[in-house]
Design a protein around this ligand. Structure first.
Ligand code: DX5
Ligand code: ZN
Length: 231
């Protein structure tokens, strides 16, 4: 299956996306296998460059290390790029096995160009906005994206508290992008916050510490998936 086809299929409907940011990197593949076995079909990889956000995390090498086992399970990798000038790195992430690429509206003056580049590379297209970025940043490219990611914490770290104001913002995101685009939330998502985000219009739920910080990541995944009535 091509990355785009896999992404189009899996980005529809309500799903929980475990973020490996909070995983034990010493046994990363094992941790990812645990959530795949529990039913996860979206694996979220947080890429940080030390510029757009202070921390530096991982890049295409980690995507490539996980790609085969994720794809063999019928799942996909979404690369969440918290990096400046994301358009310069699209090719290497697609080559590494990313099925969709989400970049930040604040990270490039060339949003439409970057979205087209991702689309042409065959991957799904995601556009993310920070908590203080107005939803209008999504308006002109709503027809060119598959996912609108509404950050529900300030990007850069796992384990932060959910920003409650997001619940007022999400209906405005949904109204701007329409029903064909997935609305994703990322940051502070657990079995308590996910249902209210769903009620406010979100369909994809990224969860890092609530899953990989738990004793049993598979069970923690299932608890959040149940809370939003996931596919
Ligand atoms: C933060 C990342 C998130 C992070 C979320 O900038 O984009 O994906 O893993 O972590 P939690 O779920 O712990 O808030
Ligand atoms: Zn993320």
């Amino acid at each position: 299956m091509t990355p785009g086809a896999r992404a189009r299929e899996l980005l529809h409907g309500a799903r929980v996306a475990p973020s490996i940011l909070s995983a034990d990197f010493g046994r990363l593949r094992e941790q990812v296998d645990e959530v795949l076995a529990a039913g996860a079909r979206l694996i979220h990889v947080d890429v940080m460059d030390g510029h757009f956000v202070p921390p530096i995390t991982v890049g295409p090498l980690i995507v490539a290390a996980l790609a085969d086992s994720v794809h063999d399970a019928g799942a996909m990798i979404e690369a969440h790029l918290m990096i400046e000038r994301p358009e310069r790195h699209v090719g290497e992430f697609v080559k590494a096995g990313a099925d969709s690429i989400t970049f930040h509206a604040e990270a490039t003056p060339h949003i439409a160009y970057a979205a087209n580049l991702i689309r042409e590379s065959g991957a799904g297209v995601g556009l993310a906005i920070n908590p203080a970025t107005p939803v209008g940043a999504l308006a002109e490219v709503a027809g060119a994206i598959d996912v609108a990611l509404c950050m529900t914490v300030n990007p850069g770290w796992g384990g932060q508290a959910f920003i409650a104001h997001s619940l007022e913002k999400l209906p405005r995101v949904r109204a701007i992008v329409g029903d064909e685009v997935a609305v994703e939330v990322d940051g502070g998502i657990d079995a308590q916050t996910a249902p209210s985000c769903r009620a406010a219009g979100a369909s994809l739920f990224v969860a890092g510490s609530a899953i990989f910080g738990a004793d049993d990541p598979g069970e923690a995944y299932r608890a959040i998936a149940r809370s939003i009535d996931a596919e």
